[in-house]
Design a protein around this ligand. Sequence first.
Ligand code: GLU
Length: 540
Amino acid sequence: MRTPEENIQLANMLFPEVKETPEDIEKKYPKRELKKGEMVLRFAPSPTGFLHIGSVFVSLIDRILTNQKGGTFILRIEDTDKTREVEGGINMIVKGLEGFGISFDEGMTGDDKSKGEYGPYLQSKRLDIYKVYAKDMIVNGNAYPCFITEEELGEIRKKQEEMGVRTGYYGNWAKWRNASLEEIQQKLNNGEKFAIRLYSTGNMENSFKMQDLIKGNVTLRENDVDTILLKSDGYPTYHFAHPIDDTLMGITLVTRADEWFASLPLHVELFKKLGFELPQYCHFSPLQKLDNEGKSRRKLSKRKDPEADVQYYIDHGYPKEGVKEYLLNVANSNFYDWKVQNPGKISTGFVLKLEKFNKSGALFDIVKLDDMCKDYIATLTAQQVYDMALEWAEVYNKNIAELLKNNREYCINIFNIEREGNKIRKDLVKFEDISTQLDIFFDELLEKEPVDDISEKVSKEKQVEILKEYIQVYDTNDDQTQWFEKVKVLASKLGYEKVGDVAMVIRVALTHRTKSPDLYQVMKVMGKEKVMQRLEKYIG
Ligand code: GLU
């Protein structure tokens, strides 16, 4: 063990340039004044160029919680692993979440922009802060420089395995814990690389209790590993940055992925040694997916599942509100009932409860997501469908965008088919699908030949006969009932038992398909000229 004087000497040997103390730093970040119940949350992704749908899930929840309880939601970017970083990665996160209506009160607003008084919000801009705390940890005997090499670590691991003990850098295995100042000075003189490690005083035999707002009361074992706090390149590890950043930014509840739960004992020790008050925690299990024909579950994977990538939803034109509603249902399964009881209210009016989260991990089911998006689009007006579809098409399908812009009224009428009344058509999952609604209405999109061949049911001559008769009685002034009566009369006149057979022939002539939206409405929207033109062309 070193004496307090030796600790101070060591701290100055390692960080002669650091003059500030934690007190100096903390003065710059005054404690936030919060009203009762208010929360300060943060979303803290790394700018890897990939936004997982799980990130939308967690940040949506954070946003809703801060909206509900009052408080602040911060975007902090954790860019301490330079090997994983991509250019423009921050913008991508900001824009990606913005697309889902998720905004931040403080934090990064772009690659090199931010707002708020508790920054910098980019970890690579906080290196001086981490150094101050690292130096202070050394002064207090809570940390030390470690010069161990990869090879030496490998040897330690080998020995531990041979002896059948737990592997890792802890206790007596942590050979640089109590190195003499001379030994350290010599290494420094040689210019050797070192990391700053925690001097753990925990004991694996001891357990303690904590509360996780999702998992409930949990019992954990103390940490005893001398984890790296500052890497040899001067960057902090996640473990060291977490207590410092979350404390200085005044975070009240740490919402993060389950993968960090195992490190909680280490974080508890670090908060204590740094003299910080512990925030509350909740750990979200990863979104899962059924695998192996539904027999097992696995994590929704960036590598295997296209739907794990937020870009997937953007590219295909998923309605963001529909996706959000689905995610809320994954979070709290009573959301769906709430939605049914509160039609028309936006999804953020729902009261989200952390204790209602699925503790063992929620299932992410793209089929259900599609269904909720279908339901959502069905609640929109034709005008809204038009606007959202155009916004998507302007970026992802220029031809469709032109078509929409040049035929505004016509397209809105098309989207309005079966959109009113009590039987609403639900066939749009995403805006990419609008072409399937449009193509029967535009000659340039309609397939040249009928897609469905019905000549086995009704011969071509008979089809022609039906259509010729139909042209005689077709009148655009007919209402739906009058029109249907006419088709019925026509069917009986020509000897068809089923009116459907006659309607089918008209439908195929007009749309080249046996399935289409309500035929009467289709004709109304097409207008007389196009209807006649299609019928005559089909007759030949
Ligand atoms: N940068 C960490 C991650 O992306 C953040 C974890 C946290 O929210 O504390 O996993």
